[in-house]
Design a protein around this ligand. Structure first.
Ligand SMILES: *[C@@H]1O[C@H](CO)[C@@H](O)[C@H](O)[C@H]1NC(C)=O
Ligand SMILES: *[C@@H]1O[C@H](CO)[C@@H](O)[C@H](O)[C@H]1NC(C)=O
Ligand SMILES: *[C@@H]1O[C@H](CO)[C@@H](O)[C@H](O)[C@H]1NC(C)=O
Length: 482
């Protein structure tokens, strides 16, 4: 006998038992948004998701090419209905059409593993001034009816991702949680619908936003290292905002008689640029901390058990509105072209780090910069710069951003290049009244990356029929003259 007085078969049994009785890990999901000037081809993204062991994906629409690429991938899919379609879905006929075209077809013909329909996206956000308060629930009800009619009632569940300010606490403790007073009726009706139909409550939780809007927010409380001053809620100790916020929701649900409704974390993450608190170090700290936090399957004080969550986000989106802030285009754990931004161990790959996208096709290796002999006091500089930044993406410029250390010339070049790349390196997009020139040497320095655009993606729909854009135009032309 050696050190271990076990037989091999005992060890096997022991390991098997460990496997069977350890809490089920529901796997990590990711949000896949497509508000980009140049989107990665869906096949490349699906491969990247699989390479990274991400088992679930949440979409914001039901794009045909995206769903086609997800066919047979085995990935669980949440498809979305955008807010501007909610009132249309008030018609049962329209809802049935939506389900038929955007769910049934993909599940039946394409083997897409659709599990949820997200009806609307944060429709109760205060910035919408109540626009969707009356249309959200009827849309959910009609989609539910349509799913049942399509025979998918048990496989596909309806939900509605909500922002965390649909609830609040009367006393800053989770136990004081209830739905926000002004919309209490709407939220409780929505939750009753979820409860009646066995559907989950989907919530987006953002400690970063709390830190962004409140300079006095205790920084450590945003993270998971246990360094924050603990919050003692009647003996339950909270040292991170995620747990406290999540449990405020649990209390609110309980108080209204829906304590058993399952919860999905629809979005959680940290951006890497565009704000002093948005950088790779803090994003790494937050996302790795979150993964660690949920990895044991211990859950939160009020909801022990596995946490079902979707990281926000998979890739950067350079065409998102920056109305919420410049960070909005930098939520990805990977860049717009599928490169990992920092070391992140999702616990799903052998390497313990993110795997980049494969076979990404780039445009030529060239950049647009300010001419070396251009004068900084040239009157055309300011209008050129604001033109470029208005139409392209300058959210990496400014105080404490990834390109914050550039000098004035670097700043201008960055703006020119962004415009040039977004316009597919068209010669005309590197003119700027003769101030700009094309260079073959990469102007990137330190943390500041001068992007090189990926090839534009035109979608698979027309290629499927072997048409090019010109041949389609020709067909249309012939059609009109015949
Ligand atoms: C299916 O979803 C797409 C993308 O979100 C949308 O444009 C289209 O209108 C939907 N189809 C129907 C029949 O509603
Ligand atoms: C909400 O109301 C404010 C102030 O009245 C207005 O500026 C804003 O455009 C409105 N937003 C929407 C989405 O209707
Ligand atoms: C560079 O541009 C940003 C954003 O327009 C600005 O905040 C910053 O002051 C500029 N820096 C220099 C050195 O001009």
């Amino acid at each position: 006998m050696g050190l271990f007085p076990f037989s091999k078969s005992f060890l096997v049994l022991f390991l098997l038992a460990l496997l069977l009785f350890s809490p089920t890990v529901s796997g990590i999901g990711a949000n896949w948004g497509t508000q980009s000037t140049h989107r990665l081809p869906p096949e490349i993204v699906v491969r990247m998701l699989k390479d990274n062991g991400i088992q679930k994906v949440k979409l914001f629409d039901a794009d045909y090419d995206t769903l086609k690429a997800l066919g047979k991938s085995g990935l669980e899919v949440m498809v979305g209905i955008p807010n501007d379609m909610l009132s249309t879905m008030g018609s049962l006929k329209a809802a049935e059409k939506w389900v038929s075209k955007n769910v049934s077809v993909h599940m039946n013909d394409n083997n897409v593993n659709i599990r949820y329909v997200a009806v609307g996206n944060e429709p109760y956000l205060t910035t919408y001034n109540g626009t969707y308060l009356r249309t959200t629930l009827p849309a959910m009800q009609n989609i539910q009816t349509a799913l049942i009619k399509a025979g998918l009632g048990s496989q596909v569940k309806v939900t509605c991702p909500l922002n965390a300010d649909v609830y609040e606490s009367s006393n800053t403790f989770p136990s004081g949680g209830d739905f926000r007073a002004e919309i209490h009726g709407y939220v409780s009706q929505l939750v009753k619908f979820l409860s009646d139909n066995g559907c989950p409550f989907t919530i987006n939780i953002y400690p970063f936003i709390s830190l962004y809007i409140d300079p006095n927010f205790p920084v450590e409380y945003a993270f998971f290292d246990g360094n924050a001053t603990p919050l003692n809620d009647g003996g339950t100790i909270y040292t991170n905002m995620f747990d406290a916020n999540h449990d405020t929701l649990v209390w609110a649900l309980q108080k209204n008689g829906f304590g058993n409704v399952p919860i999905i974390i629809g979005e959680i993450g940290w951006p890497t640029d565009g704000d002093r608190n948005a950088n790779a170090q803090l994003a790494q700290r937050f996302n790795q901390g979150f993964m660690q936090h949920i990895s044991g399957g211990k859950g939160t004080p009020m909801r022990p058990g596995p946490v079902d969550a979707y990281l926000f986000s998979l890739i950067d989106e350079d065409a998102k509105s920056i109305q919420p802030g410049n960070f909005e285009r930098h939520w990805g754990i990977l860049t717009y072209d599928g490169l990992p931004k920092y070391l992140l161990n999702l616990g799903t790959t052998n390497s313990g780090s993110l795997v980049p996208a494969r076979n990404v096709k780039y445009l030529e290796r060239k950049w647009c910069v300010l001419k070396p002999n251009a004068k900084l006091d040239d009157p055309q500089i300011a209008p050129s710069m604001s033109y470029a930044c208005g139409l392209a993406d300058c959210t990496s410029l400014g105080y404490q951003t990834s390109c914050g250390a550039l000098d004035a010339r670097g700043n201008i070049s960055y703006a020119f290049n962004s415009y040039y790349q977004i316009n597919n390196q068209l010669d005309d997009a590197c003119k700027f009244s003769g101030l700009a020139t094309v260079t073959k040497s990469d102007p990137s320095t330190g943390t500041c990356r001068f992007g090189l655009m990926i090839e534009p993606y035109y979608g698979g729909a027309q290629q499927k029929h072997g048409y090019t854009k010109t041949s389609l135009a020709l067909i249309l032309f012939l059609w009109t003259i015949l």
